[in-house]
Design a protein around this ligand. Sequence first.
Ligand code: DC
Length: 217
Amino acid sequence: MVIAIDGPAGAGKSTVARALAERLGFTYLDSGAMYRSVALATVRAGADPDDPAAVTDLARALELELSPGRVRIGGEDVSAAIRTPEVSAAASRVSVHPGVRAAMVERQRSIVADGAWVAEGRDIGTVVCPASPLKVHLTASEEERARRRAAETGEQIAAVLASQRDRDARDRGREHGALELAADAVELDTTGLDVDGVVDLIEAIARERGLIGGPGS
Ligand code: DC
């Protein structure tokens, strides 16, 4: 079973999805880390992130290993290397290519095929797991999202805001796996809410839908 958490950059998806998974005893899947890994491989190979054939080949060949909180490519721990601003920008570009998306979606589906998961991304509820019994679309104001990311990375808010606008436009505008609201998604605006408050809300909905047991179970 998969609880899908989708939304734009900086809406608090990673923090919320990780905390929710821990609280429910589910496993957390960070699908953005997979696109970031393709981007890192592209940058390292000196390939053009806008070249669909080159990037799709890299995505298919990627020896990717995900474990809680860690990402490895060919055995090398790249958990920090995939979080740089350069890789973030490249990730947004490589993730527009349909071949890259097909390769990642296939891997994501096989990862979540068994067990209980909280999976986070842009298209989990719409494309990867359309049968998910609980789809959450997290949002927050543009300024709040930029403030959160700047606090995390130490960058200037204005710089984060500018690159965030670029990424948002690409994530929403691309033809495949675009960020959009699933018809049956619950939309949650996290502006001004703390992580525990958001997790409480999602947990309550999961309980209401009979996806998890009673309080304390
Ligand atoms: O969530 P994130 O910032 O780590 O995502 C990195 C990039 O990957 C972002 O530009 C959008 C893309 N992405 C995607 O296209 N589909 C997903 N399911 C997750 C992320």
